[in-house]
Design a protein. Sequence first.
Length: 414
Amino acid sequence: MKQKIKTVGIIGSGPSGATLACLLAQKGIEVTIFDDGRRPDLIVGESLIPAIVPVMRRLGLEDRAAAICQHKPGVTFTFGREEEIKFCFQSVDGILPTYAYNSPRPALDRLFETRADELGAKRARVRAKIERVGADGLQLAAETLEQAPWLAGRQPDLLVDSTGRSRLFARIMEIPSEVGPRKDVSYFAHYEGFIEHPPRGQVIIGRMDHAGWSWRIPLRDCLSVGIVLNKDEAALLGATPEERLEAAIARDSQLSDAGKDRRRISEVAVYTNYQLVSERGHGPGWVMTGDAFGFVDPMLSPGMWLALRSAEVLTDNLDNLPAYTREMRKLIKAWMELIQYFYDGRMFAMYHTGAHFEQAYPGKISDGIKSYINRLIALMASGATTTSLYSRGFIKLMAHHGIWKSNPVELAIR
């Protein structure tokens, strides 16, 4: 008979850990968060997707988030000076909210932490030390447990790794990870003086002229500008992150045009390892959530939602950790699959072919086909139907038979 979980120790107080603390506290479970409060000034994942809004509402946080975030109506993908694919979240009406947010991440993360405290989660302000017990167990070190006197020296029934890319449990347990095919690195910073692409709040994802891709995320008082490219290519752009980011902006036609009067107002942040999932996500008395279990890629911005969704799925499967890890692995793999259509050029090739069809056969039929495909892709990229067998099968079919007017290789992100 399985032990009923009454106490949970969460290592890390990022969005995944804080959301889990909120949800468990609402169920009456005693939750302790172990976190020393240290955070970087810049955190990747500033652009959110519509599927995150219902989670914010569930936690009673949307109004607070709206007060500090920039309203996000959609995303525009550019692959050349004159070519673009524009997704408006209005196309997901009836299934998801027709908007999302661009967030100042440290401030947004604090909202989740504060909400966890309000709902009764206890907090030990310490960087937790974890010890391996036997072949497959984990426990809090004695000095860490002492920082939570309300536990009276008892180990929590369940330990949760929500340390993000630190992946604390995976490192201690020496758990291998499955890494995606790309070996990318990202550099990003906040700028003033960039020309923004209308409508206000629209995120721009651009295929860069030479290699890689870029993002432009409008925040309330600045623009987050980032580049993602192969590590070897990045090394040719300069010796420091600052040099590499500036060189990439200067040599790209779209970024240099929009950023002629740019002024960087933050440090340059660096992130690597964009596609990774642990081969194991749980063990006896322990489990991983969010980025600690696996992360996808900043393309399409699923990271923050996957972190929050992992908290929801775990809350519903506290007594069935294998089911939790299966669901999260399915989600991560589905997002990787969708993102690959953009990287390998097939998504852009489909739109080239669709544009040719629309010009050759104008009218209600071509308009209806375009509207249907736009909604289908928007729903997948918004988090509503990412794992849908029908949606995935339809896109796979279109990627095979619907690219006869364009060569995806020529449109791939190098």
